[in-house]
Design a protein around this ligand. Structure first.
Ligand SMILES: O=C(O)CCC(=O)C(=O)O
Ligand SMILES: [Fe+2]
Length: 253
């Protein structure tokens, strides 16, 4: 990727709140990652209490279709976390050292409620700086099996008013403006495509009631400019050595 291509991507990202990078990971690698994680879901569903990595990392939620901290736990998943084009984007976008903030595997369990309502990410951490999410499509994601849906440009106003639905799987929801939903776009993807989006972008996905899986990896990156690290240990993606001495911790929430 040339500097010009990257700056075009960044302009598009700043305008729309997201960009799609096509075919960043080979179908074979997507399949390998998908197989490993599907198998893990089977094993974990049957015997989660025996997972000793729960001592360091967040406990998986096979009830809501999430395996947490897959970068740390599954070597296969790492291949998708350091895609050169994504790293080049992050380096240029943040212009700072970048680290992997959180990461997970998302699938839509066939026998459960698996839709994701309109929301923004990390609504409950308003004092932190922006995150960039890389949503890596492991399968073809279409309208039928619940691809990502986004409202282009909705990131520009920062966090919206939000509320909590007790007991719901995806509990933090936002209040959309009247008619805003009519601007939604279905982001259909192929295996290996990566959707980069701002955590301020309003997004959702529909119920997958088809027979086709809809699996994805979710990597969240941010600049090294506060001291928040949700769990595990820090994984640097790009290092500007000066940042280690100049990064200013923000107050904790
Ligand atoms: O994969 C989905 O359906 C929702 C993903 C999402 O909300 C996210 O990656 O932040
Ligand atoms: Fe989200």
């Amino acid at each position: 990727m040339s500097e010009i291509d990257i700056s075009q991507l960044i302009n598009q990202f700043k305008r729309d709140g997201f960009v799609v990078l096509k075919r960043q990971i080979s179908p074979a690698v997507c399949q390998e990652i998908g197989n490993t994680l599907s198998r893990a879901v089977e094993v974990i569903s049957a015997q989660s209490s025996r997972d000793i990595t729960n001592r360091w990392y967040l406990t998986h939620r096979t009830d809501s279709g999430v395996l947490y901290d897959v970068y740390q736990r599954f070597p296969e998943a790492r291949k998708a976390a350091e895609v050169p084009e994504v790293t080049a984007f992050l380096k240029s976008y943040f212009n700072r050292s970048v680290y992997l903030y959180v990461n997970s595997y998302l699938y839509k369990p066939a026998d459960k409620d698996n839709q994701v309502p309109w929301h923004q990410d990390f609504l409950n951490r308003p004092n932190e700086t922006e995150k960039v999410l890389a949503w890596v499509s492991l399968d073809s994601a279409t309208q039928e099996n619940g691809c990502l849906q986004v409202i282009p440009g909705s990131h520009k106003r920062g966090f919206r008013k939000w509320f909590h639905v007790e007991g719901a799987t995806h509990h933090d929801r936002i209040v959309l403006d009247k008619n805003e939903e009519s601007n939604k776009v279905f982001v259909e993807t192929e295996p290996g495509d990566i959707v980069l989006f701002s955590n301020y972008l309003i997004h959702s996905s529909a119920q997958n009631s088809s027979d086709l899986p809809r699996r994805a990896l979710r990597f969240v990156y941010k600049a090294l400019d506060d001291d928040a690290l949700p769990r595990g240990s820090m994984i640097m993606i790009h290092t500007e050595s000066e940042d280690f001495y100049t990064a200013v911790p923000l107050p904790r929430n």
